[in-house]
Design a protein around this ligand. Structure first.
Ligand code: CA
Length: 114
C-alpha cells in the first residue's frame, strides 16, 4: 500500500514537472509572438517551439540564453544584441528578418551589418 502511494506521488510529481515545462514553453511562445509579431510565412513564425528548442525540452543556444530567466519582454530585450548561434547576425537582426536566432543554418540573406 505504501509503495503504491509512493508510485502515485512520483507519477503526480512527474506530470506536474512536465506540465510546468510545457506551460513555460507556451508562456515564452506567447510572449515572443506578442513582442516580435513574426510574419506568418517566415521560418521564424513556422518554427514555433523550435525558436528556443532543438527538440522536446532540449534548448537550442537562443533558448539557453533565456533559460531560467523570467518570461518578460525585458528578458527578450536583454538578449537581442547577442548572436546566440554565432552566425554573424545578432538575435534581433534575425528576428526582424524572420530567421532563427538559435540555428546557425538559418540566417538573413546578405552580410551582417558589422
Ligand atoms: Ca545569429
Amino acid at each position: 500500500m505504501r509503495r503504491r502511494i509512493t508510485t502515485i506521488i512520483a507519477i503526480i510529481a512527474a506530470v506536474a514537472l512536465l506540465s510546468s515545462v510545457a506551460m513555460a514553453t507556451i508562456a515564452w511562445q506567447k510572449l515572443f509572438n506578442e513582442t516580435y509579431k513574426p510574419n506568418a510565412d517566415t521560418a521564424l513564425a513556422k518554427a514555433k517551439c523550435q525558436i528556443c528548442h532543438v527538440k522536446g525540452a532540449e534548448l537550442n543556444v537562443y533558448g539557453k540564453a533565456l533559460d531560467r530567466k523570467p518570461a518578460t519582454a525585458a528578458t527578450l530585450k536583454a538578449v537581442e544584441k547577442l548572436d546566440s548561434d554565432k552566425d554573424g547576425f545578432s538575435n534581433i537582426e534575425e528576428i526582424k528578418a524572420g530567421t532563427l536566432p538559435g540555428d546557425p543554418k538559418s540566417k538573413p540573406a546578405g552580410k551582417p551589418k558589422k
